[in-house]
Design a protein around this ligand. Structure first.
Ligand code: NAP
Length: 256
């Protein structure tokens, strides 16, 4: 009987799709109750229904993580409907592919959107749930990337790399500040994971996928399920003395 997260209540943002959906399902299978949060009400409901269908407990919540006031409202709603959370996964994120030399208006919009969702979004949601997490001596898991360390040789917005470096910095700062409250804060650094985020790249640019694969000792793209184990590790007591770090799940990308 899986039980690593029994009696935990977890909130996962961007849980209607890809990695967030897989983490929500994986946490539920370990006994957690889930607040399934996404900007898309329909996909959030679908993930929550899948969890219910497997005998788990979940509620769907619609939230744009860039809206700080809405984040506070949803945090209150989650506490009222499910209970105070002990685990937060800041997963909602977007990627864009314009080079810095592309059309200035497009690049500026990419910058604003990516920072607002990937970095400020994680801040907004964390701040909204902070008192719940402190009360529970909880755990925060942020979604970083190989781009928390390096830029990549396939088209990728500079803003994405900056945002994911920021996510790692945010992880370290929170771990340092919240350790005295018993709150642990870590990140996961996925490599190239096959999700809707990169569906266009996979469908139309095999040459970009090859660049990734040539740089990945395990020689394959990851799946959303490849991120579930690291997420359970960081959210559970298995990682009781782990904080302020990033667990890479990148097929070895950063070793070559
Ligand atoms: P995904 O399948 O596109 O899922 C992201 C989810 O976040 C979607 O449901 C999306 O909704 C939602 N979302 C977007 N903007 C939002 C907002 N403002 N507020 C709330 N939810 C929002 O992408 P993924 O690949 O699973 O990515 C999940 C995380 O992993 C991201 O932080 C990403 O940067 C990171 N990551 C992914 C990879 C990879 O190779 N896939 C690698 C490294 C890191 P919509 O679909 O409606 O926009």
């Amino acid at each position: 009987m899986p039980s690593l997260l029994i009696s935990h209540i977890a909130a996962v943002t961007g849980a209607g799709s890809g990695i967030g959906r897989a983490i929500a399902l994986g946490f539920a299978r370990e006994g957690a109750s889930l607040a399934v949060i996404d900007i898309d009400a329909e996909t959030a409901k679908k993930t929550a229904a899948e969890i219910d269908g497997e005998g788990g407990k979940a509620q769907a919540f619609t939230l744009d993580v860039t809206d700080a006031k809405a984040c506070r409202a949803v945090a209150n709603e989650v506490a009222a409907k499910l209970g105070s959370i002990s685990i937060l996964v800041n997963n909602a994120g977007i990627a864009r592919r314009n080079a810095i030399t592309a059309d200035p208006d497009a690049v500026a919009k990419d910058w604003q959107d990516i920072m607002a969702i990937n970095l400020t979004g994680a801040f907004n949601v964390t701040q909204a749930f902070l008192e719940q997490l402190r009360a529970a001596k909880g755990r925060i898991v942020n979604l970083g990337s190989i781009q928390s360390f390096v830029h990549i040789r396939t088209p990728s917005s500079a803003a994405y790399t900056v945002s994911k470096h920021g996510v790692l910095g945010f992880t370290k700062a929170l771990a340092a500040e919240l350790g005295k409250d018993g709150v642990r804060v870590n990140a996961i650094g996925p490599g190239f994971i096959a999700t809707p985020l990169n569906a266009n790249t996979r469908a139309n640019h095999p040459e970009y996928v090859k660049v990734f694969m040539d740089h990945t000792p395990l020689g394959r793209a990851g799946t959303p399920e490849d991120i579930v184990g690291p997420a359970i590790f960081l959210a559970s007591d298995l990682s009781a003395f782990v904080t302020g770090t990033i667990v890479m799940a990148d097929g070895g990308y950063r070793t070559v």
